[in-house]
Write a protein that binds this ligand. Structure first.
Ligand SMILES: Cc1cc2nc3c(=O)[nH]c(=O)nc-3n(C[C@H](O)[C@H](O)[C@H](O)COP(=O)(O)OP(=O)(O)OC[C@H]3O[C@@H](n4cnc5c(N)ncnc54)[C@H](O)[C@@H]3O)c2cc1C
Length: 457
């Protein structure tokens, strides 16, 4: 693979009429992502206005073996959307159109936000089966990771509810592919390595106008986990997390360190039109305290996390380091070790450590542990000061050691580390590693789609 030297950039502009951005100041934001843990060295950025224009640049890159990185909003954290040295970054910002829903489907361009999609679908009182907590993410960026949200406990991942995709492959042509097509399977959770998603068709479901949420608190992790995994699809959404009650600083071999006693919290929500679910619906649950009952409109509920993300921006946390840690783990390991894990990892991550059940998904390369009961363990810190980075990364290593050994699989959006060896991917994809490699060779034989994380497949 070559690099996008000035000579190649000029030739590309001449042959395709594209205008590339290579002003050093304009490149700065593209050399980082939400993680702020890694830095890229992009040669130029291309902001296409049409898929025809984009196709010409992709064809030029392919013909001349020049690397391309696809970027939506840059909210991943491990260099998935940062170009490796000398690469060309394609900024997909101009493709955000959402089409009118038809029956139980809605189509959108790749950089449409979930907010755009849901605003449109709610006009017919419909919602995607699963949508992310953060509605400002792009549709294609989330699908390229896999996608989890508060209904994933019963509906699986967002990726499980995609009907079809239009994908521009390395030769510049666009293919429409459906589930079980090898290209569809590879692009889902594919982190931009197989082609450029140009259109997404998502399944919708009917929803109700109002929603009631019960906020429950537990003192025992075992009771909490058992209740969490007993919740069925009569409920529409679950959010759950461990919350430290700080007990001061205790003596350790490295001096005094803060420590905590832990609460376990569940928010369960049910949509309704007329009759709100009563407290009787909680009869089978064994919580210690019903902390709050809240009623909301569905329009307000879907954006319930917006103020939190806005506050991260207002307070400067957005610009700090985000070594987010998400791992899909068998419930069993949490039954056995959750208290020990919470006691061992640094409290520098913050005050919320999410654990939610996830239903089995049917996306081929979205890797999950081989278990009937799976939870997502997620540390999504608002922002980490540099001085606390080492403690956080030590906790990453500790968690990886426990979880990956137990068959856990990292969510490929968070911070995975500075250097990821091929052996990591061999283990991550297991028996699917070779198949996936073959799909890459077929649709991107010159390996032009790459990034700082995936310098090659
Ligand atoms: C504040 C915040 C909240 C989040 N909440 C959730 C959540 O609720 N649920 C969840 O599942 N995840 C969540 N995430 C993680 C997020 O879904 C992933 O990091 C996602 O990949 C980021 O999307 P993006 O639009 O910023 O994409 P980028 O970071 O720009 O890209 C991510 C990956 O997608 C690829 N890509 C982007 N566009 C295309 C395209 N058109 N074709 C092919 N590949 C493409 C890129 O190459 C890259 O590999 C959250 C992240 C943040 C920072």
């Amino acid at each position: 693979v070559n690099k996008w030297s000035i000579k190649w950039q000029k030739l590309c502009e001449l042959e395709t009429k594209a205008k590339l951005i290579n002003d050093k100041n304009k490149l700065i934001p593209y050399n980082q992502d939400f993680g702020h843990m890694l830095k890229g060295n992009v040669a130029a950025v291309y902001l296409p206005q049409s898929f025809e224009q984009l196709s010409q640049v992709v064809r030029f890159a392919n013909h001349n073996c020049l690397p391309i990185t696809i970027r939506a909003n840059g909210l991943s954290q491990s260099g998935q959307s940062i170009a490796s040295s000398g690469g060309l970054l394609i900024d997909m910002s101009n493709f955000y159109r959402v089409y009118t829903p038809e029956n139980e489907t809605i189509a959108a361009e790749p950089n449409a936000t979930w907010n755009n999609v849901i605003t449109q679908s709610l006009e017919n009182m419909q919602l995607p089966h699963v949508y992310p907590y953060n509605l400002n993410l792009s549709v294609a960026g989330v699908i390229s990771a896999g996608g989890v949200g508060a209904s994933a406990f019963s509906c699986g991942t967002i990726a499980s509810h995609i009907q079809s995709l239009d994908v521009m492959i390395a030769d510049g042509s666009i293919k429409t592919v459906v589930k079980s097509h090898e290209l569809f399977d590879a692009v889902i959770s594919g982190q931009g390595q197989f082609g450029i998603i140009t259109k997404v068709n998502l399944s919708l479901r009917a929803c109700k106008r109002r929603i009631r949420t019960f906020f429950l608190r537990y003192d025992s992790h075992e009771v909490w986990l058992n209740d969490l995994f007993s919740l069925d699809s009569n409920w529409d959404y679950i959010e759950a997390f461990c919350s430290p009650c700080i007990q001061g600083a205790r003596l350790t071999s490295q001096g005094r360190k803060p420590f905590a006693d832990w609460f376990f919290c569940t928010h369960i929500s049910m949509e309704f039109d007329v009759d709100a679910p009563s407290k009787d619906t909680l009869k089978a649950l064994n919580f210690s305290k019903l902390v709050r009952v809240e009623e909301d409109t569905i329009e307000s509920y879907v954006g319930r996390h917006d103020s939190r993300f806005q506050m991260m921006k207002n307070t400067g946390q957005w610009e700090l380091f985000h070594p987010w840690y998400e791992c899909f783990v068998p419930k069993k390991i949490l039954d056995e070790k959750l208290p020990e894990i919470l006691d061992s990892i640094t409290l520098a991550f913050g005050s919320v450590y999410h654990v939610v059940p996830i239903a089995l998904n049917n996306a081929k390369y979205f890797m999950m542990p081989n278990s009937d009961e799976i939870a997502a363990f997620m540390i999504l810190s608002p922002g980490i000061h540099k001085i606390l980075q080492t403690a956080c990364l030590e906790s990453h290593a500790y968690l990886n050691d426990i979880f990956l050994r137990a068959g856990g699989k990292r969510y490929l959006s968070g911070y995975l580390g500075t250097t990821i060896s091929e052996n990591y991917w061999v283990k991550h994809y297991g028996e699917h590693f070779v198949d996936r490699h073959k799909v890459k060779e077929k649709y991107d034989p010159r390996g032009i789609f790459c990034s700082l994380l995936h310098t090659d497949i």
